[in-house]
Ligand binder design. Sequence first.
Ligand code: ATP
Length: 171
Amino acid sequence: MREGTPGLDARIPEFSAGLLVLRTTDQGFEWLLLQKPNGRWEFPKGKVEPGETPLEAAIREVREEAGVSDVHVIEGFTHTIHYTYRDRWHRPGEAVTVDKTVVFYLAETHEAALRPSREHRSARWMPTAEVLQALGYNNLRDLFRHALDYLQQIRYGGVPCPKRPPKESPR
Ligand code: ATP
């Protein structure tokens, strides 16, 4: 093998953290989603930097990627996803397989204004009913279902439920 040519099985770990951020409106919950340049929608996330806890990283990413800074963490929820991808430019001339882990937390905010970073095409508050269809990956859809289940468990009967109320039937 030439010097600088990667082994076919070169793998590196990567660890990111993300946050599902919701706000409550008259119609129910809305969720902060970001659209990547490739068109896929995802929740805010980013790499955990040295000296940061994953939760601190997730909160920082929401501030940097969406301009939302006043978030209140909803205790007790975490969900971790794993995926791999091929990074062709890990170093010049070196491709690797990245083993990625992303841990997600849950938070709410009263801020409505969004300021997407240049890394994203757009940012928006999306009603619960639209989120599953919009998300670009199955593991994110599973994550979202878990978050909805968790909210049902801890808030049912208290704070508004994420499901919209049934429409009144016409007389
Ligand atoms: P981070 O936001 O953690 O800094 P990044 O923007 O550098 O990450 P990723 O979003 O992990 O990179 O994207 C790297 C590759 O992984 C892309 O090819 C992307 O399509 C793919 N990818 C992104 N999210 C997922 C996912 N949830 N499941 C599977 N593959 C994904």
